[in-house]
Design a protein around this ligand. Structure first.
Ligand code: ADP
Ligand code: MG
Length: 720
């Protein structure tokens, strides 16, 4: 085993440099060249057909058969002219990542290439191997994928890829995209209603997302020599290197040239696919980096993020790099997240979270701003649940990521504005714009124009013209948190609209009614606002006093989906019915159990088959040495002490692994998924993982470096 480590290190040292492909600096010349989007449709479809398609997309209407046939024919010709041989419905099953099944355009019977509208619109993959949480019985394996025309088709390699939703034979959603589309529709409806209190011209509101993707890179040879990385995506053992991130010299530092070449190559691929990647930089931990695109409409942004992760993995291969999207691949240094920058933008081009210079528009801004805070206050547990995974549990609250407590950061200036609005109780209303002067909020425009404080420790922060949901994990599909966020905001906006209307009906002037409701919301949601250090112990205590939950583990967190409140919320807006929510929780818990099970097996296997034999072999060398010293009459106390220490660790590891296996056997007999997940969390993961790791990491410090079987942190993390 130690041989594997040294061979991997040699391979790393002998690698020839792989440079990025040369590109024309004019990205505009090739941006989106592999996308069959609006431009291509306009160019290839008859004007009447194009008008039908673009209207249907804009208004979320069904596309008829004749139109679908025309789009399919045009897409086929375009794709084949660019070298495509196959097409696929590309979808996002609940197992994570994306799925595809390629079909050839070539119809051997007819001897020609074909692609019918019906094939574009709907496919029937054998879905029996995708989890359904009990919705679909195994004999009824059918599921359908259906075209999502709001996200453009793209050419990936030689395959025309069609973004689709995935539903069961009986119509229940089985993927990540369908509930997201429904939540986006809900937020469009309620946000538009609220906007119309201010401006009747607004017909639609679109949610936008820009996700900052963090990741680690590791040389492929070193990765292959770490069975834990291969099997579990993270290192289950490994002592922290002498130098970690304490010098803070990596963040925003010069990007290592090997990684820069990789970045340039994957960016080129992304641009061709119409993914607007823009920012790249080193992150805090050694070997950790970030890529961020320009924001787009949420559905497209999320498809693009899923595709981006795939592209990065593929381009990494060319550079002999493995890209780690796991939330916590290395202990002791920062984990990776995927900040979801989010805002709502009207079809008249107004960002509803951007304060402006005019009092009237700022009331619109304040309406959305305060209503969002109130929504987070009402459904904090659901938001927490939406980002819960096995991997994210290692990161949240681990001292370098937001804690598992949901709170909202808004900055000192916005706090002052809200305080002013709240406390200024005795208001005399006058007609016209002067009203705002009397409300004491006339200063708002000046105050908030430069309101862009930063607080990296908050899970949900206002950053000037958008909210940033930072607790989302780096490997996650943003659809789940984005579904939750857009849904809770949709619901709160609707309640806001009702409350305002009620006051208007009772005779209150409209703008005063709006201000009244907002002031209520500020009062009611105060507990969720926190401006201090989210990483601190004081906050944990303070949050407990405020009655905010601090749900540290995944199985407990996802219970929030099943609360009466959440179920009603999903049902009311037609996003997921009761049965679908339960099925989803079942799938997520099953997935959690499997992940913890794999980790437990990897830990057991590495500890017993690699670490203990190495420790014993080294101990034997020491025993020979101790006896030799004794024979010469030299004090062998230090050596004997080391032999004893090694014995202690070996015993601890062996006993823990045996007990952990027994515990697993017991839990595997448990038929209730919920109980089994709790068991895997509390009686396996929490109880044994750290204890075993601690002993192994101690041995790493004792055993001769020449003999140690696993590639060490210092070797993996300082890639140059
Ligand atoms: P920072 O690291 O300072 O938070 P970055 O520039 O790394 O900022 O990323 C910010 C992300 O937020 C980008 O993807 C950007 O396009 C996105 N963004 C900017 N404005 C909006 C907005 N109104 N709605 C959604 N996302 C936005
Ligand atoms: Mg950033």
């Amino acid at each position: 085993m130690a041989q594997l480590r040294f061979e991997a290190l040699k391979k790393l040292n002998d690698r020839p440099k792989i440079t990025a492909d040369a590109i024309t600096p004019n990205i505009s010349q090739f941006f989106g060249e592999n996308v069959f989007g609006m431009e291509q449709m306009r160019a290839t479809l008859a004007p009447a057909v194009f008008k039908k398609v673009s209207n249907a997309i804009k208004n979320h209407e069904k596309i008829d058969e004749v139109t679908a046939d025309a789009v399919a024919a045009a897409a086929k010709s375009w794709a084949i002219s660019k070298g495509a041989t196959h097409f696929t419905h590309w979808f996002q099953p609940m197992t994570g990542g994306t799925a595809e099944k390629h079909d050839s355009f070539f119809d051997a019977l007819a001897g020609i290439e074909r692609f019918k509208g019906s094939e574009l619109v709907q496919q029937e993959p054998d879905a029996s191997s995708f989890p359904s949480g009990g919705i679909r019985s195994t004999f009824e394996a059918r599921g359908y994928t259906a075209w999502d025309p709001t996200s453009p088709m793209f050419l990936y390699g030689t395959t025309l890829s069609i973004p689709t939703v995935f539903v069961s034979y009986t119509g229940e959603t089985l993927d990540n995209k369908s509930p997201l589309l429904k939540a986006l529709k809900a937020v469009d409806l309620s946000a538009t209603k609220v906007c119309q209190l201010f401006d009747k011209d607004i017909q639609h509101v679109v949610a936008s997302l820009g996700c900052e993707q963090e990741y680690f890179v590791v040389d492929e040879a070193l990765y292959m020599a770490r069975p834990d990385l291969v099997m579990a995506g993270r290192t289950v053992f490994g002592h922290a290197p002498a130098r970690g991130q304490q010098l803070e010299d990596h963040y925003f530092g010069t990007i290592p040239s090997r990684v820069l070449d990789f970045m340039r190559d994957f960016e080129i691929e992304c641009w061709k696919l119409g993914i607007p990647v823009r920012t790249r930089h080193n992150e805090v931990a050694p070997s950790q980096f970030e890529v961020a695109p320009l924001f787009e409409e949420v559905n497209v942004a999320n498809d693009h993020n899923q595709l981006l992760m795939d592209v990065m993995g593929r381009i990494g291969e060319k550079h002999n790099l493995k890209i780690l999207f796991h939330e916590k691949p290395f202990a002791g240094v920062n984990g990776s997240g995927k900040h979801n920058n989010w805002s709502l933008i009207t079809d008249t081009g107004v960002n509803l979270y951007a304060p402006t210079g005019s009092a009237r528009d700022n009331l619109l801004f304040l309406t959305f701003f305060i209503t969002t805070i109130k929504a987070v206050h009402e459904h904090a547990d659901l938001l927490r649940a939406s980002i819960a995974t096995n991997a994210n549990d290692f990161r949240l609250g681990a001292n370098e990521a937001p804690p598992a407590i949901m709170s909202v950061f808004i900055g000192a200036q916005m706090t002052a504005v809200l305080n002013e609005l709240e406390t200024n109780g005795n208001v005399k209303i006058e007609k016209g714009d002067n009203m705002y002067m009397k409300l004491g909020i006339d200063q708002i425009p000046e105050i908030i124009l430069d309101a862009t404080d930063r607080n990296r420790t908050s899970p949900f922060a206002f950053t000037g013209n958008k909210f940033e949901f930072r607790a989302v994990g780096s490997s996650d599909n943003c659809a789940t948190p984005m579904t939750a966020l857009n849904l809770i905001v949709a619901d709160q906006l609707e309640k806001f609209h009702e409350a305002v209307n009620k006051q208007i009906e009772a005779g209150t002037e409209k703008r005063l009614a709006i201000v009244n409701v907002l002031r209520e919301y500020i009062k009611e949601s105060k507990h969720i606002r926190f401006e201090g250090d989210g990483y601190s112990e004081e906050w944990v205590n303070e949050a407990a006093k405020r009655g905010l939950n601090n749900i540290k583990t995944m199985p407990k967190a996802v219970d929030a989906y099943l609360s009466k409140k959440s179920l009603a919320l999903f049902e009311k807006h037609g996003v997921l019915n009761h049965k679908e929510v339960e099925a989803r929780n079942e799938i997520r818990l099953e997935n959690y159990i499997k992940k913890v099970q794999i980790e437990a097996r990897v830990i057991g296997d590495l500890a017993v088959n690699h670490i203990i034999p190495t420790a014993i072999a080294y101990q034997n060398k020491l025993i020979v040495n101790a006896n030799g010293l004794k024979g010469l009459g030299i004090d062998n106390g230090a050596v004997v002490k080391t032999i004893q220490e090694i014995s202690g660790y070996i015993d601890l590891i062996k006993n823990s692994v045996t007990a952990m296996i027994e515990e697993r056997k017991r839990l595997n007999k448990e038929s209730d998924t919920h109980k089994r997940a709790y068991g895997y969390c509390d009686d396996i993961k929490e109880k044994y993982f750290d204890a075993i790791r601690d002993a192994v990491d101690k041995l790493e410090l004792l055993v001769d470096d020449e003999d140690w079987p696993l590639v060490k942190y210092r070797e993996m993390l300082f890639l140059r």
